[in-house]
Design a protein around this ligand. Structure first.
Ligand code: AMP
Length: 397
């Protein structure tokens, strides 16, 4: 398999699938440039080798062709200043103009193509569309982990038109090797910490992880479906009645697989869903009528921390409570701190999937864990055990 570092891009035109799906304000200014910043090393390596770069991405979810809001030209000023070179722009991602502009690229030059999703063919994975994009370049680089779980034209189908000439960019390389460290080759003990609102959205992940982990810690809103399954009193806490049976199955499966399943033993309850609600602490299975559990409490924090700090591999997805409200964020903060301490003791720690990333960023701890995945949905599908088409297209599995 080709890699960024072993390939010399001199004299080559590389087309990179980047994830420039960044948030814009009403004046079309970028409000969070993380994704663009992340892609710079891949672009710069190619330029430094003496290659030229064609960038393609989606932005937003345009339904019917081009819309001003989702034009990639909005990103040009930012991209130019980050790269320190001029960036040309093709107002259509395929067609004669794009072809001419791509063919005219000289070493060290960069061309940005218009939003791929202005064509329905992109998400449909249309081979003719992929072929047109492929015709613009000599080599293909996929650096868009966030869309690796979709078999779109620019993420997957295009690889067929670059036999032996496609590779991961640095973001993809990092994401894939970090997740593989956890999911394929974890040092033991391996602990997964799952939180967040619902069991239903995490059930496949739980089932897959039960075949891999030594310890499974469950916190957050999904706790109460398990507590209900065990006959506890959960008051008005979040519960998914349809998943109570499933929670029982999960507990049995954990026993069968000899996985230690840790549920909270105490919780912080509120008399309404509000930061200024009245607060009480109770055993997790004795939430008073009319109250709801919104965070884990001290005994739980102590137990979870002990398990986490005795682990060599840790995967964390989902907050332990309603961390958006200051009065119910302590559980999530303390678990994040334990993960940081485990990292300091040599554990490999991966944080990913939506709200746990938001939480660790909010607490300023992102630099203190081994890896924070930017993947979102792609990461979740990977830990569900699915093969991601964008990854498979390049490395074969
Ligand atoms: P998810 O997207 O499933 O990871 O859920 C994340 C959301 O779960 C966050 O917005 C949290 O506020 C919410 N959450 C965590 N714990 C609880 C809880 N005990 N009750 C209600 N919502 C919760």
């Amino acid at each position: 398999m080709l890699t960024m570092n072993s390939f010399n891009f001199a004299g080559k035109r590389a087309i990179i699938r980047v994830d420039f799906n960044v948030p814009l304000n009403s004046s079309f200014e970028i409000t969070d440039d993380t994704r663009i910043r992340a892609a710079i090393p891949t672009i710069q390596k190619i330029l430094k080798d003496g290659g030229s770069v064609i960038l393609m991405s989606h932005l937003g979810r345009p339904k019917e062709g081009p819309v001003d809001k989702y034009r990639l030209r909005h990103l040009l000023p930012d991209l130019k200043s980050k790269l320190g070179v001029d960036v040309k722009f093709a107002p259509d991602c395929i067609g004669e103009e794009a072809k001419t502009m791509a063919a005219a690229l000289k070493p060290g030059e960069v061309l940005l193509l218009e939003n791929l999703r202005f064509y329905k063919e992109e998400e449909k994975g249309d081979p003719e569309f992929a072929k047109k994009l492929a015709g613009l370049a000599d080599v293909y680089v996929n650096d868009a982990f966030g869309t690796a779980h979709r078999a779109h034209a620019s993420t997957t189908i295009i690889v067929d038109f670059f036999p032996g000439k496609s590779m991961f960019g640095y973001i993809m390389e990092n994401e894939v090797s970090s997740i593989d460290k956890v999911m394929r080759d974890p040092k033991k003990p391996f602990t997964a910490i799952l939180g967040g609102a619902k069991v239903s959205t995490k059930i496949t992940i739980i089932e897959n992880l039960l075949g891999k982990v030594d310890n499974l810690i469950i916190g957050g809103g999904m706790t109460y479906t398990f507590i209900k399954a065990m006959g506890g009193k959960i008051g008005n806490s979040l519960v998914e009645e349809d998943f109570v049976e499933m929670a029982k199955k999960v507990m049995n499966l954990a026993r069968e697989k000899r996985v230690n399943l840790y549920l909270p033993v105490d919780g912080v309850n509120a008399d309404k869903f509000d930061n200024d609600a009245q607060i009480s602490v109770s055993p997790i299975d004795q939430v008073p009528d009319g109250w709801m559990g919104l965070d884990i409490a001290n005994q739980t924090i102590a137990k979870f921390s002990e398990v986490i700090e005795g682990s060599k591999t840790i995967l964390w997805n989902g907050p332990m409570g309603v961390f958006e409200m200051p009065n119910f964020q302590k559980g999530t903060v303390e678990i994040a701190k334990s993960i940081v301490r485990a990292t300091e003791k040599g554990a490999y720690t991966l944080v990913g999937g939506g709200d746990s990333v938001a939480a660790i960023n909010q607490f300023g701890m992102a630099g203190k864990v081994s890896y924070v995945s930017t993947g979102g949905g792609a990461l979740l599908e990977y830990i569900e055990g699915q093969v991601l088409p964008g990854i498979k297209a390049i490395r074969g599995y």
